[in-house]
Design a protein around this ligand. Structure first.
Ligand SMILES: [Zn+2]
Length: 314
């Protein structure tokens, strides 16, 4: 095997690498053929992530019956989403469908969830939102029914991943009014309580949006228990909250308390301000190799790495 590999010359290796790189770029960027896009490798990865998140939501009892829905943005125009009338515990990749931002189902056999319009409004309002999870976790939903938001500044993890939360007014699920009820708060709040209904979370990945659901529900539960022990509850001091905000700035997480988030015009909401932050890199990974020179540079770099590896084996 090693002999066969080492007999390949640089040009052959470079050609193989170029084919792989170009296939991956075409795979991830092409919106012209939605069917192809929906069956691309990138779509497969997103579908598996959605199925895994659905399983976690069901196992954690955040969704009952056919409740809850999950979606992921696969391109500027298209979103992969869960179907209606299916338990998230039974979800399979083949159950998902592709919809456009105008709520037309483009590919997929099962009818899409009627609540996807809520997701689409968030994608349109917040370009950096790459995934949305809606569910009914008991402790957070109890707060949404009572119309009471949990006290803030109690646990660092909540402040880092979520921060201040908001409450959207009740509207009938599936209606235009319901979908738009989150618009005033979607940009500054990645987790929003829906009055008499549940919560909706957005993030840079499906996994992270599901994390937000876990974090807020546990936060609601813990703060409810703590408030029975002592009231009012002592909060993290403001100076320490400033340190948490510095972490959020580094990570590129949204927070209405950050000056740049407050001042950022809506149209620029997709800009993540710290170019070295992990979420910035994840969000721009597909777009980083746009020009022919950049593609050639990538091919050269991977080819050189492979040749080094083969040299070291000789
Ligand atoms: Zn719901």
């Amino acid at each position: 095997m090693a002999d066969r590999i080492s007999s390949l010359d640089e040009a052959s290796i470079s050609a193989i690498v170029r084919r792989a790189v170009e296939a991956r770029l075409a795979d991830s960027n092409d919106e012209s053929d939605p069917y192809q896009l929906f069956h691309s490798r990138r779509a497969q990865v997103l579908k598996e992530e959605i199925v895994a998140a659905g399983r976690k939501l069901w196992q954690r009892q955040y969704v009952d019956g056919n409740g809850g829905n999950i979606s992921a943005r696969i391109s500027p125009k298209y979103v992969i989403c869960t179907p209606t009338m299916l338990s998230k515990g039974d979800l399979q990749a083949g159950d998902l469908s592709l919809v456009d931002l105008e709520n037309n189902q483009i590919v997929g056999d099962r009818p899409q969830t009627s609540e996807v319009s809520l997701h689409l409004e968030i994608y349109k309002a917040v370009p950096r939102a790459q995934a949305v999870v809606h569910c009914h976790p008991p402790y957070a939903t109890a707060h949404a029914i009572a119309g009471i938001l949990p006290q803030g500044n109690l646990i660092p993890e909540q402040e880092v991943f979520i921060g201040p939360v908001a409450l959207a007014p009740y509207e009938t699920p599936g209606t235009v009014e319901f979908a738009r009820s989150v618009l005033p708060m979607a940009k500054h709040h990645n987790t929003i309580f829906l009055a008499n209904h549940g919560i909706v979370c957005w993030s840079d990945t499906v996994t992270h949006a599901e994390w937000n659901a876990e974090i807020i529900d546990t936060y609601c539960k813990t703060s409810m228990i703590a408030s029975q022990l002592k009231s009012p509850l002592p909060e993290i001091p403001p100076a320490k909250i400033d340190e948490i905000l510095a972490i959020k700035r580094y990570l590129g997480f949204p927070d209405g308390r950050l000056a740049e988030d407050r001042e950022l015009p809506e149209a620029k909401g997709n800009l993540v301000r710290n170019p070295s932050s992990p979420s910035y890199l994840a969000a721009t990974a597909i777009k980083r190799f746009n020009t022919r020179e950049e593609v050639e540079e990538l091919v050269r770099a991977v080819t050189a790495e492979l040749l080094n590896l083969l040299d070291s084996r000789d």
